[in-house]
Write a protein that binds this ligand. Structure first.
Ligand code: PGA
Length: 265
């Protein structure tokens, strides 16, 4: 299935707690080699934007490699605190990330909600802080398998969206990327069918229309995440309301990740 090569898409690689800084350097160099053809021809389609999200310990290394080798990817992070500085042992602030040239920060990932007890309230504060520092939040929403089987998937996603988008201006909302990540599909190899993913992404757009307005609904990029790979990416990206992918496991393999990034051709 061919996706529309004109539609702008954002493909983000969430490296999670993988790749020490030696490995991260190797991975970004592999990406550089795959994204630069010897004849200078561009590999990425014009409509594709790519971000990579290494662990904090590798952000500086990856930033330096991206800049010195002109790798056509944006720098991302997986999390941050919502306060700019202070006595918060072990935390990393949005200001620190912005100073490193980070452009995209994942917020509300289900692993953070589940293992680090992040509530919608915390996710809202983080989203606000990321926006305040001129970066783009990638806001993750999604339901568990139990919630889906109980017919409560839409309700869960609506609650998560309300917490972040209520009272938000169109201008701010348009700087947020929403990632629909059904929790049962993350790291399990069980991808949502393209039509289930499309159905929820269309619903997310509709809800943002209700919460913010039609301009935000039309313009906001919505990614799908959860076992996205080089085999299912083209079909997922061909869906009307899917504007990108948040890729975990498959982003650790440079060849697979670049195949995903190029799958709208
Ligand atoms: P996965 O992870 O692609 O390994 O399922 C996606 C994510 O959690 O962002």
């Amino acid at each position: 299935m061919n996706a529309n090569p004109e539609k702008p898409v954002l493909i983000s690689g969430n490296w999670k707690m993988n790749e020490n800084h030696f490995e991260a350097l190797r991975l970004v160099q592999e990406l550089a080699a795959l994204l630069h053809l010897p004849n200078g021809e561009k590999v990425l389609p014009d409509s594709v934007t790519v971000s990579v999200h290494p662990p904090f310990t590798s952000i500086r290394t990856v930033q330096t490699a991206i800049e010195s080798d002109h790798v056509p990817v944006f720098l991302g992070a997986q999390n941050c605190h919502y306060i700019d500085k202070g006595a918060y042992t072990g935390e990393v602030s949005p200001d620190m990330l912005a100073k490193l040239g980070v452009q995209y920060v994942i917020t509300g990932h289900s692993e953070r909600r589940e293992y680090f007890l992040e509530t919608d309230e915390i996710v809202r504060k983080k989203t606000d802080a990321i926006l305040r520092h001129g970066m783009h939040p990638i806001l993750c929403v999604g339901e568990t398998l139990e919630e889906r089987n109980a017919g409560e998937a839409h309700k869960k996603v609506r609650t998560q969206l309300q917490a972040i988008f209520s009272g938000r201006s169109t201008e701010e909302a348009l700087r947020v990327v929403v990632a629909y990540e059904p929790i049962w599909a993350i790291g399990t190899g069980m991808t949502a069918t393209a039509s289930d993913a499309e159905d929820m992404c269309a619903y997310i757009r509709e809800e943002i229309g209700q919460l913010v307005g039609p301009e935000a609904a039309d313009g906001i990029p919505i990614q799908y995440g959860g076992s996205a790979n080089e085999q299912n990416s083209a079909e997922l990206l061909s869906q009307k309301n899917i504007n990108g992918l948040l890729v975990g496991g498959a982003s650790l393999d440079a060849k697979k990740f670049v195949t995903i990034c190029c799958s709208i051709r």
